[in-house]
Design a protein around this ligand. Structure first.
Ligand code: GLN
Length: 453
């Protein structure tokens, strides 16, 4: 049914870069047989899922929406992908993204943008616009994304779906094509909080392949979500609202209004709303756009024309390498490699990278102070609803500034998610409500989100 749906709508939506048609049908049939034979399978066995194309899938193309990896077939699965397979989920295919997950609209994909199922003239957000569009268009009930500065949450917001960035270290990054390694986190895209929580339980947990993986026994996120569905789950919950994330330049009236309605609803259900100050959040975007490109410039050095993908040009190794990188990388990726190389160079390192890391610590301090006064934090996921193609493409800074609401969570490593909070009264498009919890309190996040949903 999902393959048929993909045939029907993906010509217009373009959520997928690769559809895993035959294998998906075979895998689904194999699950049916095992179930018919009386085997007890995981609750999600047989459920189809779409996977963002910056996650390695054995035997299936993985391009990160870049020409430099066109045709590359990984010899191994990312840990999250092998966990999907073990639980019996059926991989439908690979979804579109901004090249190497750099962007907020999928317009930086080398293979053309995805379109928002709510309005095909608008972007589904990014970088994981393909995963969220697939879920919103009923092409897949579940998807995986990666979130370095908002790439799971912002597309969820713009497509009226659920998207979760777990605690940094809660889900193994082994096999994720690294963007900013100290920020990247893999997480679920889904249509409900419980669906996302069930998927989180499949992909999460310690993995020795990832040195930043947290070694701990995690609570069941599905149980946490179910706890939130009970009456009175919001009673007495302190919800902090950082005023820096709730309003200001660039926040649309329809978004602000929907956010106020969500706060009212939470209050009616017994939550206590606490206004908070997080004075350093205003510098988070600037710090992120130094730290992330610095890590990008280092991580993307591996695309050297020797080890993976594209090789073009002739002459010396250096000539082949630069010809390959010139042709293989798109403009946004090059922009970030240049920014990062500059920020890391001798003489500038302390002024840029060093200062940015100090700001990162101040943002973490703001979170610590906020969580002393509140159990979870709430904010709009994105200052705007889905924007039109081309609106921000020629102005990289405008595109970057729209990440203001999502970036603080990545800088601090805290878990954060986006749930739909209704339609904007100005344009009728979906608005997202973002919740954030302290590091390792992912279960609390699912409980509160399910209570509001
Ligand atoms: N929009 C942000 C950026 O362009 C976030 C990207 C991401 O989370 N992968 O960097």
């Amino acid at each position: 049914a999902h393959l048929a749906r993909i045939d029907e709508v993906d010509g217009a939506v373009h959520a997928f870069l690769h559809v895993n048609r035959e294998e998906a049908l075979n895998d689904a049939a194999a699950i049916d047989e095992r179930r018919a034979a009386g085997e007890t399978l995981h609750a999600l066995a047989g459920v189809p899922i779409a996977v963002k194309d910056n996650l390695a899938t054995k035997g299936m193309p993985t391009t990160a929406a870049s020409k430099i990896l066109e045709g590359w077939i990984p010899p191994y699965d990312a840990t999250v992908v092998s966990r999907l397979r073990e639980a019996g989920l059926v991989i439908l295919g690979k979804t579109n993204l901004d090249e190497f997950a750099m962007g907020s609209s999928t317009e930086h994909s080398a293979f053309g943008p995805s379109r928002n199922p709510w309005d095909l003239d608008r972007t589904p957000g990014g970088s994981g616009g393909g995963s969220s569009a697939a879920v919103a268009a009923f092409e897949a009930p579940l998807a995986l994304g990666t979130d370095t500065g908002g790439s799971i949450r912002q597309p969820a917001s713009l497509t009226g779906t659920v998207g979760v960035k777990p605690t940094y270290g809660a889900v193994s990054r082994y096999g994720a094509l690294a963007m900013g390694s100290s920020l990247d986190q893999i997480g679920p895209a889904a249509r409900t909080v419980l669906d996302a929580a069930m998927l989180h339980d499949v992909i999460g947990g310690y993995d020795h392949h990832d040195a930043t993986s947290i070694k701990t026994e995690w609570a069941s996120m599905a149980d946490a979500a179910r706890a939130g569905q009970r009456d009175g789950a919001l009673e007495g919950l302190r919800i902090g609202v950082p005023k820096e994330l709730a309003s200001g330049d660039g926040f649309e009236a329809g978004v602000a209004e929907s956010f106020q309605k969500s706060l009212e609803l939470m209050r009616e259900r017994g939550a206590v709303i606490v206004e908070l100050e997080t004075p350093h959040f205003e510098y988070a975007v600037a710090a992120y756009y130094l730290i992330m490109p610095a890590e990008v410039s280092s991580n993307l050095a591996r695309y050297d024309s020797v080890r993976y993908g594209l090789r073009t040009g002739e002459g010396t190794v250096e000539q082949v390498m630069s010809a390959t990188r010139r042709e293989g990388f798109g403009a946004e990726v090059k922009r970030r490699i240049l920014l990062g190389t500059y920020a890391l160079s001798a003489g500038y390192f302390d002024a840029y990278y060093g200062s940015a890391q100090k700001v990162r610590t101040l943002v973490q301090d703001d979170f610590n102070k906020a969580f002393a006064q509140a159990d979870v934090l709430a904010a709009p996921t994105s200052p705007t609803t889905a924007f039109r193609f081309g609106d921000k493409l020629d102005d990289p800074t405008a595109m970057y500034l729209a990440d203001i609401t999502t970036i603080p969570a990545n800088l601090a490593g805290v878990p954060a998610l986006s749930i739909p909070s209704g339609l904007s009264s100005t344009d009728g498009l979906p608005v997202g409500l973002q919740l954030m919890a302290p590091v390792r309190e992912d279960a609390r996040l699912y409980t509160s989100a399910a209570a509001i949903e």
